[in-house]
Design a protein around this ligand. Structure first.
Ligand code: PGA
Length: 251
């Protein structure tokens, strides 16, 4: 039985005051980590203050990106070692917005995954296809290619413990969520790819999220599916009530 994981992806939203206010508003209402992993991926700027404000809470934190080296002359980058030292648990990597606007490649994403593991954190690796690929019926092939490249040379133990988010690009921020059966089918493709690369035991352990216009009103449909172990949520994770409503749909 895989533990559900609901992760908010705030993207480039909120001010410091708003991030702190959110943390204080939700911190005592987060369900036990024994039941569900509840994560907020905030802008890197707010991780330290949110980390202070979440004290004694079950709320976990994610960075939305990091670099693959721990230190050095890399102006503007975020060190995975520094994130780990602060107590940050997860790092989101390979989000389609980073792949598109910042030209991140599978090779770079793979290096980031290794650095995140080396620092004792957990990657939330995103994959997903464009509308064009979806309409051409090439989603499975595309996803298999991304996952195979992104996981290159990771160990079975690492892959068992990580999180993979399937996010069709055409469903992100569009209000046009993928049908729950499609989400289940493609999350199944992710699991099959992991099985092909690492065997059945690892495929049974890896947690797979669906992401793309998930909200409190539709999350239960996704969570009811065999291959969906959680959700990566953008817009609907920004307000405390909505984030807590997402969590209460799974606990
Ligand atoms: P959305 O974003 O929930 O606003 O569609 C999801 C994501 O990009 O992770």
């Amino acid at each position: 039985m895989r533990k559900p994981i609901i992760a908010g992806n705030w993207k480039m939203n909120k001010t410091l005051a708003e991030a702190k206010e959110f943390t204080l508003a939700v911190k005592d209402a987060i369900p036990s980590k024994d039941v569900v992993d509840s994560v907020i991926g905030s802008p890197a700027l707010f991780l330290a203050p949110m980390n202070c404000k979440r004290k004694d809470s079950e709320l976990q934190l994610a960075a939305q990106n990091c670099f693959w080296e721990n230190e050095g002359a890399y102006t503007g980058e975020t060190s995975p070692a520094a994130l780990a030292d602060m107590g940050i648990e997860y790092v989101i990597i390979g989000h389609s917005e980073r792949r598109e606007y910042f030209h991140e490649t599978d090779e770079e994403i793979n290096k980031k995954a290794k650095a995140i593991f080396a620092n004792g954190m957990t990657p939330i690796l995103c994959c997903g296809e464009t509308l064009e690929t979806y309409e051409a019926g090439k989603t499975a092939e595309w996803i298999e290619g991304q996952i195979t490249a992104d996981l290159k040379d990771l160990s079975a133990e690492q892959v068992s413990s990580m999180v993979i988010a399937y996010e069709p690009i055409w469903a992100i921020g569009t209000g046009k969520s993928a049908d729950a059966n499609i989400a289940d089918e493609i999350c199944g493709v992710v699991r099959k790819t992991v099985e092909k690369l690492y065997g059945n035991e690892v495929a049974e352990k890896v947690r797979i999220q669906y992401g793309g216009s998930v909200k409190p009103e539709n999350i239960a449909e996704y969570m009811a599916k065999e291959n969906v172990d959680g959700a990566l949520v953008g817009g609907a994770s920004l307000q405390p009530d909505s984030f807590l409503a997402l969590l209460s749909a799974v606990k």
